[in-house]
Design a protein around this ligand. Structure first.
Ligand code: 6PG
Length: 244
């Protein structure tokens, strides 16, 4: 399957979250070889999607037993910490539905162990790299995605699927999926809502991809530009405020 890129715009963040929930429920139902491997991001943008999935409309409808969840990135904090992506997803979704989820224990610093876990659970491979069915990502106003921040060492990672990334702008270390793992996936969705994201979304959508002239340098500046599944589908999910 060649790599494709689509941009879908919804009138509001709520409409976007609802449409994404619908699409995800269908993908899980249609998957020929369950489990459907899904990686989640933190941040405020996908939280509504997680809540909608746990709500009346989807709780009974999604085939939860066909789904297995990983995390695309995590802060180095315990699972009940206010900053923990796991804590947010647990509150919004995991506490309400019977789904298998693998927390990313970033506070252990053991990125290799998480990579091994992904590699053990996900048997499908593309050039030796596990193929996740869907990776959900967000974008920061600085162009970061997952915990791939501008100018940080994780951007140059070509071998490891998961790394601890030193992020000087935050004065913190985070665990994150790397490009090799993200770009081996079948699908990547980048969710962006709100006017504050408009400028960066526009710049990144205009930027050349990593393989094109100038693309590699831009990926250092706006890491989301390096997200481009090799043989999969990339979808930018925007609300009207982010799309401008
Ligand atoms: C995280 C993320 C991160 C997030 C962006 C956007 O752990 O925070 O995975 O990459 O997606 O920072 O965050 P918002 O949705 O809160 O703007």
């Amino acid at each position: 399957m060649p790599s494709t890129c689509a941009i879908v715009v919804h009138p509001s963040a709520e409409a976007l979250a609802l449409a994404a929930a619908e699409r995800l429920a269908s993908l899980v139902a249609e998957t020929e070889r369950p489990p459907f491997f899904l990686a989640l991001s933190g941040g405020a943008t996908p939280q509504r999607l997680y809540e909608i999935l746990a709500g009346d409309r989807f709780r009974e409808r999604v085939a939860w037993a066909r789904l297995e969840i990983f995390f695309a990135d995590e802060r180095a904090v315990p699972p009940d910490h206010l900053d923990s992506n796991f804590a947010m997803v647990a509150r919004a979704l995991l506490a309400h539905v019977p789904v298998k989820a693998h927390r990313m224990p970033a506070e252990s610093g053991d990125a290799e162990a998480y990579a091994r876990l992904v590699g053990t659970r996900v048997v499908a491979r593309r050039d030796g790299v596990p193929v996740l069915d869907l990776v959900l990502l967000g974008i920061g106003t600085d162009g970061h995605t997952a915990s791939l921040f501008p100018g940080t060492p994780a951007l140059d990672e070509t071998r490891n699927w998961v790394v601890m990334n030193e992020v000087p702008s935050l004065g913190a270390r985070r665990m994150s999926f790397t490009y090799p793992l993200i770009n081996a996936s079948r699908r990547v969705w980048i969710l962006a809502t709100g006017g504050a994201k408009r400028e960066i979304v526009m710049q990144c959508l205009r930027a050349p991809a990593a393989g094109e002239p100038g693309g590699a340098a831009l990926r250092q500046r706006w890491p989301v530009v390096g997200v481009r599944p090799h043989e999969g589908e990339l979808v930018w999910w925007l609300d009207e405020a982010a799309a401008g």
